[in-house]
Design a protein around this ligand. Structure first.
Ligand SMILES: Nc1ncnc2c1ncn2[C@@H]1O[C@H](COP(=O)(O)OP(=O)(O)O)[C@@H](O)[C@H]1O
Ligand SMILES: [Mg+2]
Length: 384
């Protein structure tokens, strides 16, 4: 049967249909058949498709672990920030921490979960104070905004520093590098070392938290700084490490508190500012001292930006309140510094440019006197 025969056959059939008026029932049957065929085809495709894309098989142990991690991550993200860190079982590297606490080197963190209370100003001025007393000081900027890095670099007449403290968290900073001249500043701060911070710190903090939550790293990232500072090359080189932190419990702040021998809480002495101090003290007490870093000590709470060196009535009242409430949170060993730092234009104007303590002009003697008193009190508190 050739194509010509087919054409003749179709032609004949059409003629027959139109002569006998059969085309209407024919059309209905044809439409019903094609609809049925389409539906059966779709149903068959769906059944076989389901089989092809989801074969029943057992997960490999790696896939199993990954799924468990994703479940854990999902749960963890529902919890408050600090509870994220309690999600995995903590193995405290006691031997490392004992090495830091047993050495002569002191590690001092300045912390307050409130911003603008004078942490960075105090860190820079205390570093200058101890540098002048021939102590080998290592300053670590753990605030990604890098205010301390800018201030101290400019005071040392150095070009602005790039972010390096992020490498502490990722373990890419060797003790040799830190202890050698790499981070030593010149000019009036020739014996001071600075590990600067920049935005990269924030990026690495987020990355390290994610990696830890997913269980990708064997080492607990909260003890990265402790791993660095515990090395003999560091404990034998430096007398004092001062760490400036941001007003949050970031991974860097947690690292600082996990590696510190002491911490100081600077606070403005007014009702709004002292409100958060007891909560912070409680947190350091129960989370760090009871669990992560058992030997950490509170050097003390320092009043900052007070109207005068001798406190007014409002500050005295705030000081009494903070003394009482801090003692409730930290216990009877809570210490409030006798020296408070008055509000002084020198500190404000020098921020981001230089360190007020380096200005030895007679007109600046009041500022120097305050830092001298505070430095002496700090040295006594931390045993330096
Ligand atoms: N004792 C002080 N007197 C006057 N201004 C101060 C004093 N201490 C800090 N400041 C200013 O207050 C602002 C915040 O201080 P800073 O040290 O950066 O606080 P933090 O690090 O807690 O955020 C800065 O502009 C700083 O110059
Ligand atoms: Mg700061």
């Amino acid at each position: 049967m050739g194509p010509k025969d087919i054409v003749e056959f179709v032609d004949g059939a059409l003629k027959l249909l139109s002569e006998r008026d059969l085309w209407k029932p024919f059309l209905v049957v044809a439409l019903t058949l094609s609809f049925g065929a389409f539906w059966i085809g779709w149903w068959l495709r769906r059944r076989s498709g389901a089989k092809l894309t989801c074969p029943a098989r057992h997960l490999t142990p790696k896939e199993d672990a990954l799924l468990a991690n994703l479940d854990a991550l999902n749960d963890a993200l529902d919890k408050p920030e600090e509870e994220l860190w309690q999600f995995r079982k903590t193995i405290v590297p006691r031997e490392l921490l004992d090495r830091i606490h047993a050495s002569k080197m002191k590690v001092l963190t300045l912390t307050n979960l409130k911003g603008g209370v004078g942490k960075t100003t105090l860190a820079a001025n205390l570093a200058a104070y101890f540098h002048e007393r021939d102590k080998r000081v290592l300053l670590i900027d753990f605030d990604f905004q890098g205010s301390l890095s800018t201030t101290v670099s400019r005071a040392a007449r150095r070009t602005e520093a790039t972010s390096e403290s992020d490498k502490i968290l990722t373990g890419r900073l060797s003790a040799d590098n830190v202890a050698s001249a790499t981070f030593t500043l010149g000019g009036p701060l020739r014996h001071l070392s600075l590990i600067p911070a920049g935005y990269e710190l924030n990026r690495q903090e987020n990355r390290m938290l994610m990696r830890w939550l997913l269980g990708l790293d064997a080492d607990d990232p909260r003890f990265a700084l402790a791993r660095l500072l515990a090395q003999e090359r560091i404990t034998k080189t430096f007398n004092l490490v001062i760490i400036d932190t941001p007003p949050r419990l970031t991974l860097a702040t947690i690292n600082a508190l996990c590696a510190s021998t002491h911490f100081v809480v600077p606070t403005i002495l007014d009702d709004a500012s002292i409100e958060n101090v007891p909560a912070l003290l409680r947190q350091v007490r129960h989370w760090f001292r009871d669990e992560l870093n058992r030997s950490i000590e509170l050097a003390g709470v320092v009043g900052t930006m007070t109207p005068r060196i001798d406190l007014g009535q409002t500050e005295e009242r705030a000081r009494d309140t903070v003394t009482r409430r801090a003692a409730e949170a930290w216990g009877p060993s809570t210490y409030i510094f006798n020296t408070s730092v008055p509000d002084n234009a020198r500190f404000r104007e020098d921020a981001g440019r230089t360190i007020a303590y380096l200005d030895t002009r007679a007109t600046n003697s009041a500022t120097r006197d305050v830092i001298d008193a505070l430095g002496a009190e700090t040295a006594e508190r931390i045993g330096l």
